[in-house]
Design a protein around this ligand. Structure first.
Ligand SMILES: Cc1cc2nc3c(=O)[nH]c(=O)nc-3n(C[C@H](O)[C@H](O)[C@H](O)COP(=O)(O)O)c2cc1C
Length: 211
C-alpha cells in the first residue's frame, strides 16, 4: 500500500475490536515514528506514556467524556508535554547531542545560551504552548506509521487534561497531558464511521499556487 492509500484507509476509529491486540513490534514502531519526529531546535519537549492496564484505561474513558476508545483500544498512548523550558532541560538534550556526535563540549554553547535567553523571556504558558506544537507533529508521525502497518488510531483531545495529569501524576514530573492516541483494530461490524466517505476541502479551496 503506498502512503496516500494508507492515509485514505485510515480514519478516526470510533469503535475498537476489544479482542484484538497489537504485537510489541507494531507498538514499538509507532512509538519510534513519534520519537523520530522533528522538533524545534531538536529539544523534543514531550514524552509518551504507554498504557495497557485495563483498569487505568477504563478510568481514562471516564475522564474523556465517556468516549469508549481509550478503554476498548489495545494500547493507549498519552502525549505529555514539558510544562515549560528550563536551562536544565536544554542542557540535557545538548549533552546527549554532544555525546552522540562526539563533538567538543563547547560546540553548542552559544546556541544553547540563545535558546535559554529566548525561553526565559517567555511565560511558562507560552513555553508550554510552543512545546505542545511539537507533540502534535509527533502525533502525526505516529498516526502515519500506524496507517502504514494497518493499525487503527484515533487522535483525541476530548479528555480532561487536569484529571489525567492527576491520575498519572504528571505535574509532579513537570509534564502536562495534551493528546491521547488509542491504538488497535477497528470493529468492522460496529464502527459506524468506517464506511463513511472521507471528507476534506477540495484542493481548489485548500491550495493556492503563487508563481
Ligand atoms: C487533534 C485532534 C483531536 C481530536 N479529538 C477527537 C476526540 O476527542 N474524539 C474523537 O472521536 N475524534 C477526535 N478527533 C478526530 C477528528 O474528528 C477526525 O480526525 C476528523 O474528523 C477527520 O476524520 P478522519 O480522521 O476520519 O479522516 C481528533 C482529531 C484531531 C486531529
Amino acid at each position: 500500500m503506498n502512503l496516500i492509500d494508507a492515509l485514505n484507509w485510515r480514519y478516526a476509529t470510533k469503535v475498537f475490536d476489544k479482542t484484538r491486540k497489537l504485537t510489541n513490534e507494531e507498538v514499538n514502531s509507532i512509538i519510534e515514528a513519534a520519537r523520530l519526529a522533528p522538533t524545534s531546535s531538536g529539544l523534543q519537549p514531550f514524552e509518551i506514556l504507554l498504557i495497557t492496564n485495563q483498569e487505568l484505561k477504563n478510568k481514562i474513558t471516564e475522564i474523556s467524556y465517556n468516549q469508549q476508545m481509550p478503554s476498548d483500544c489495545s494500547h493507549l498512548l498519552v502525549f505529555a508535554v514539558w510544562d515549560t523550558y528550563t536551562d536544565e532541560r536544554i542542557e540535557h538534550i545538548y549533552d546527549i547531542t554532544t555525546n552522540e556526535r562526539d563533538v567538543t563540549p563547547d560546540k553548542y554553547s552559544a546556541y544553547k545560551q540563545r535558546l535559554k535567553t529566548i525561553f526565559a523571556s517567555r511565560t511558562a504558558d507560552q513555553n508550554f504552548a510552543h512545546a505542545s506544537h511539537q507533540a502534535y507533529i509527533a502525533l502525526g508521525f505516529a498516526m502515519v506509521q500506524a496507517a502504514a502497518i494497518k493499525v487503527d488510531t484515533v487522535p483525541m483531545e476530548g479528555f480532561s487534561p487536569e484529571e489525567l495529569d492527576k491520575l498519572l501524576q504528571l505535574r509532579e514530573k513537570g509534564l502536562k497531558s495534551v493528546l491521547l492516541l488509542p491504538l488497535g483494530y477497528r470493529d468492522e461490524a460496529n464502527d459506524w464511521l468506517m464506511t463513511m466517505k472521507k471528507v476534506r476541502h477540495p484542493m481548489s479551496e485548500f491550495l493556492t499556487i503563487i508563481d
